[in-house]
Structure formats: structure tokens, C-alpha cells
Design a protein around this ligand. Structure first.
Ligand SMILES: Cc1cc2nc3c(=O)[nH]c(=O)nc-3n(C[C@H](O)[C@H](O)[C@H](O)COP(=O)(O)OP(=O)(O)OC[C@H]3O[C@@H](n4cnc5c(N)ncnc54)[C@H](O)[C@@H]3O)c2cc1C
Length: 503
């Protein structure tokens, strides 16, 4: 263990971010203690869209089949006019991901699947325990716990993962805040049964005279619905937990009753959409994941997703640190990489938020701007799918180029490895193609024998090339040519953040 506490890693909060971090840690051989304030799991739909890039990391984590089986697959984003005629359609196709659709699933079901996987891996959640204080010490972190009956205890941990949501105790202990802004107007979100003629393979944004209504299919014939642009009076009348009749009336005021009939409201809430990021996502022993570190517009559908990507980025690094195999730069790279990624997530969510609002307004008024170019649509689909998140510029991204200075086309260091979903192990993968002499590879293979798997790459390449893929599926290093100099550069790159095998 890397510290002197009772537990290596304490995860605060069993929302999606905390659960995924804990299960990824378990997959990497670290058993974290997860504490959760709520005595029972909730049954709220909340964030429902799992993006294609997230499906890739769920595959790596060993729980994608369950998500695919339980969810509705949403391959289109459509815009409708007030009479429910479709005026535009964006297909999530052509992005190059094995799953070119979103999985739509109530958040409580996503959390249940993550909990099941965590349990399979030997972990679990201690419920009914609130963390009331977090104090950093020289050799660890001291957390004050309070049980449901008021009993208080302290627990020492080497590292704390703050995944307690927007009101994070860990973030407060770091003296950080969520900097940014709140979008104008309140919104209503509800999990409802809807009788309508809308196809269930896509989401529907309906531009109505009184603002927009967004509907996306959920399993069991249900839909998640958003009603935007509530004025102060309507938001006040709805209250924080609106009554079912008030939800039906709010949607009915916007879409004529003959077109859509809403009944059976399972859950509803009013809320404000936010665009916020903590200026610092980690110090040496505390890490902010999910809503504790960032909040984005639900119309962008990336909030929950980016929390899972935070965990995928941190888990392998923390596991190597706990095993004494990391140099100091490895853990530090979490904040650098996720800060860049979360900024991108906020940019894209903001763009999607504004596009959705503009599209709803066009559908309402019937005045349409010039359609975007195919290139712009392709870029939007990749961004929407979260496949364009890149760690380029990270200290963990490096490259060796030959004397001709020619840089290879295609995904480069820091980018997502396109076939990452097929890499379900926990080590780095070194993919070699072309004529790479075994005599040059053998020392590298030996030095990194328990941290790097060396595999032949697909393709009929004759020039020697090497691509190093990190355990989280991002390209860490590329050597072209993978000659003696190239492989030495690769070895030095690994040595910059990892400790090689002894002997
Ligand atoms: C009412 C509501 C409606 C939402 N609607 C949408 C939506 O429509 N679309 C969308 O995209 N997103 C929505 N969200 C946001 C979405 O749910 C979050 O982005 C997502 O849940 C973030 O996951 P997380 O794990 O970071 O945090 P959370 O899901 O908030 O989980 C944090 C967990 O930590 C626990 N916890 C907090 N503090 C402590 C502590 N001190 N000790 C122990 N446990 C603690 C909490 O009980 C909670 O279970 C909604 C959120 C809420 C609350």
C-alpha cells in the first residue's frame, strides 16, 4: 500500500462516477472502499444517454453486454415542428466506433449494472455513511464518517476519490469551487409514458410556441422528457418535485393533446442547467471525479459520461501508484489530461445546447438556416459521440519520427486508439507492424514484461512501426520507424512515468 491508512483508496459517493472508478480500480487489482450517504439506491432516471465512446470503456470494463441488453439504442437526433413533422435528422453513423448509437437507460439502471460488476470484481458499497470531513495529511487523507444513527468515526486512506456530486465534500476540503455559469431559465425533467407516433430509434426535439420539449426513448415504452424555458412563474408553480398532473399539464401546454398523450409520471424534477468546471481537479491525494469536478448541460448529454471517463483515466494510474510502479508524473497527469478533456466536454455540450435551442426555434418559426456541410456534420457526430476527446499535449503522449521528419497520418499520440474496445486487459499494449527485428524488441519486452503486452498489429505494413496503447485505450507513443532509435525512444518514454520490472 502506498500510504499508512486503513484503506488504500476511499471513494466518496456511489453515483455513476464513484461506482465506475471503484470497478475500474478493482479490475486493476485495487479494492477501494466506497461509502455512500443514501441508505438505498435511488430510482430516478436523471442522466440517461450513454455515448458511443462510453460504450467502448464499458466494454473494456466488462459490462457493455448488460448495458446493450437493457437499453434502447438511439441512433438519430431529430427535430420536429409544433405539428410533429420531422424537419431535420442527424444520424450518429460514420463515426468509426463499433457502436454508432447512444444507449438510453435510466440512471438508476446504469448504477445497478455498475454495482453488479463491482460486486463481481469483489467490491461493494457501504451505504448509509456520510463523509463529513476530509483532511489531507502528509502520508494520506483522514476522512470523518457519520453513520445513519449519528455514530462518528475516522478512517485513513492513502488516496480519496471525491465522487460526491455537485456538492462535493472533497472539493470543499480542497478549497475549490465550480467556476462557470448557469444557463438562463429553469427546465423540467420527467420520466414518463408517452403515447405518440414518434419513432423509438431516435430522440425528438420539438420546437413549440412556448419553448421546446425534448423526448428520448427509455426502456419499457417510457421516455425521458425535458421541457425547457420555464418562466419564473411556471417553475415556481411546478416546484422542485412536481406532481404528476403538473408534469402532464406542462407538456400538454406545449404539444397539442391529439399528437402526444402523457401519463404515468415515474419521476420528475425542475432544475437549472450549468456549465462549470473546478479550477483544480486533484492534488497529490485527492481527486475530483464526475459532477464534483464539472457540470455540463444535460442537452449535451455528457455529464454522466465524462464522470465515467474520469474514472477510466484515473484507475490504472492509481493502481500502478499503489503497486509502487509509477513515477510521480503518472498520477499528476490525471488532472492535466482530464482538465483538457473536461474543457472539451463543456465546449461540445455548450455547442449542442445552443444548436438544440436554435433548431427548436427554427422548427417553431419555420425559418431554417443554411444546412451545415457534410464535414461539419461528421465533426459534430464525432464530437457528439465523445470520440474526439484527446490527450494530445499530455506528458504521457510522445512520438519518434525518422530522419525525414515525416509524421504518420491518422490518430496520433494522445488520441483514442480506434480499436480500443478490443483491448480489455489491464496492461499497456505495444502493437508492432512491419519488419521490427526481434533482437531490438527483446530487451524492451523483458524490461516491461509485467506492464506491457507486445502484440503484432493487423495490416500488411512493411515499414517497422510501433504504437503503444495505454490501459485506458489512448495512444501513448508512436514510433515510425520502429528501428533501434525508435524503440529506445519508446523505452525512455515508458521510463518517464513507469518503473520497470526488477532484474
Ligand atoms: C435531480 C437530478 C436530475 C438530473 N437530471 C439530469 C438529466 O436530466 N440529464 C443529465 O444529463 N443529468 C442529469 N442530472 C445530472 C446527472 O445525474 C449527473 O451528471 C450524474 O449523476 C453525475 O454522477 P456523479 O457520480 O458525479 O454524481 P451523483 O450522481 O450526484 O452521485 C454522487 C453520490 O454521492 C453521494 N454523496 C454525496 N456526498 C456524499 C458524502 N459526503 N458522503 C457520502 N456520500 C455522498 C450522493 O448521495 C450520490 O449518491 C441530474 C441530477 C439530479 C440530482
Amino acid at each position: 500500500m502506498g500510504g499508512s491508512g486503513e484503506t488504500d483508496v476511499l471513494v466518496i459517493g456511489a453515483g455513476p462516477a464513484g461506482l465506475f472508478a471503484a470497478l475500474e480500480l478493482a479490475r486493476h487489482g485495487v479494492r477501494a472502499r466506497v461509502v455512500e450517504r443514501a441508505p438505498q439506491p435511488h430510482r430516478q432516471a436523471r442522466a440517461t444517454a450513454l455515448q458511443p465512446a462510453t460504450l467502448e470503456i464499458l466494454q473494456q470494463a466488462g459490462c457493455l453486454d448488460r448495458v446493450l441488453g437493457a437499453s434502447v439504442h438511439v441512433g438519430f437526433a431529430r427535430v420536429y415542428d409544433p405539428g410533429l413533422s420531422c424537419v431535420s435528422e442527424l444520424a450518429l453513423a460514420g463515426s468509426g466506433c463499433p457502436w454508432e448509437f447512444q444507449c438510453s437507460l435510466p440512471q438508476w439502471r446504469t448504477e445497478r449494472i455498475l454495482t453488479e460488476r463491482l460486486t463481481e470484481l469483489g467490491g461493494g458499497v457501504d451505504r448509509g455513511i456520510s463523509v463529513v470531513s476530509v483532511t489531507e495529511r502528509e502520508d494520506g487523507v483522514l476522512a470523518g464518517l457519520e453513520e445513519a444513527d449519528g455514530t462518528r468515526r475516522q478512517v485513513e486512506a492513502a488516496w480519496v476519490i471525491g465522487a460526491g456530486g455537485a456538492h462535493s465534500t472533497t472539493r470543499a476540503s480542497m478549497g475549490e469551487h465550480l467556476a462557470g455559469s448557469t444557463y438562463p431559465g429553469a427546465a423540467l425533467v420527467a420520466d414518463v409514458r408517452v403515447t405518440c407516433g414518434l419513432p423509438r430509434d431516435g430522440s425528438a426535439l420539438i420546437g413549440c410556441p412556448e419553448g421546446y420539449v425534448f423526448l428520448a426513448p427509455l426502456p419499457g415504452g417510457r421516455w425521458i422528457s425535458f421541457v425547457g424555458d420555464l418562466d419564473r412563474q411556471e417553475a415556481g408553480e411546478l416546484g422542485r418535485d412536481p406532481a404528476p398532473g403538473a408534469v402532464t399539464a406542462a407538456i400538454g401546454r406545449r404539444i397539442p393533446a391529439g399528437l402526444v398523450r402523457v401519463d404515468d409520471v415515474a419521476w420528475a424534477s425542475t432544475f437549472r442547467m450549468q456549465r462549470r468546471l473546478a479550477p483544480r481537479l486533484a492534488d497529490s491525494r485527492r481527486f475530483l471525479l464526475g459532477d464534483a469536478g464539472h457540470l455540463s448541460s444535460p442537452l449535451g448529454g455528457e455529464g454522466l459520461n465524462s464522470g465515467l471517463h474520469d474514472g477510466a483515466n484515473l484507475a490504472w494510474k492509481l493502481a500502478l501508484e499503489a503497486r509502487g510502479r509509477a513515477r510521480p508524473g503518472l498520477l499528476k497527469s490525471f488532472a492535466v489530461e482530464r482538465m483538457a478533456a473536461d474543457r472539451q466536454v463543456l465546449r461540445v455540450s455548450d455547442q449542442v445546447h445552443e444548436l438544440a435551442r436554435a433548431a427548436a426555434e427554427s422548427a417553431r418559426t419555420g425559418s431554417f438556416p443554411t444546412p451545415p456541410t457534410p464535414e461539419a456534420v461528421a465533426a459534430l457526430v464525432r464530437a457528439r459521440s465523445m470520440l474526439d476527446v484527446s490527450y494530445t499535449g499530455s506528458p504521457l503522449a510522445g512520438e519518434h519520427v525518422g530522419q525525414d521528419g515525416q509524421v504518420l497520418e491518422g490518430p496520433g499520440p494522445g488520441d483514442r486508439y480506434p480499436d480500443r474496445a478490443s483491448l480489455t486487459g489491464t496492461r499497456h499494449t505495444l502493437l508492432l507492424s512491419g519488419d521490427v527485428p526481434d533482437s531490438e524488441v527483446a530487451p524492451l519486452r523483458h524490461r516491461w514484461r509485467d506492464l506491457v503486452d507486445v502484440l503484432p498489429a493487423d495490416g500488411a505494413q512493411s515499414a517497422p512501426r510501433a504504437v503503444l496503447v495505454r490501459p485506458d485505450g489512448y495512444i501513448g507513443f508512436r514510433a515510425a520507424p520502429a528501428d533501434r532509435d525508435g524503440l529506445r525512444a519508446l523505452d525512455a518514454h515508458l521510463d518517464s512515468y513507469l518503473v520497470p520490472a526488477a532484474g
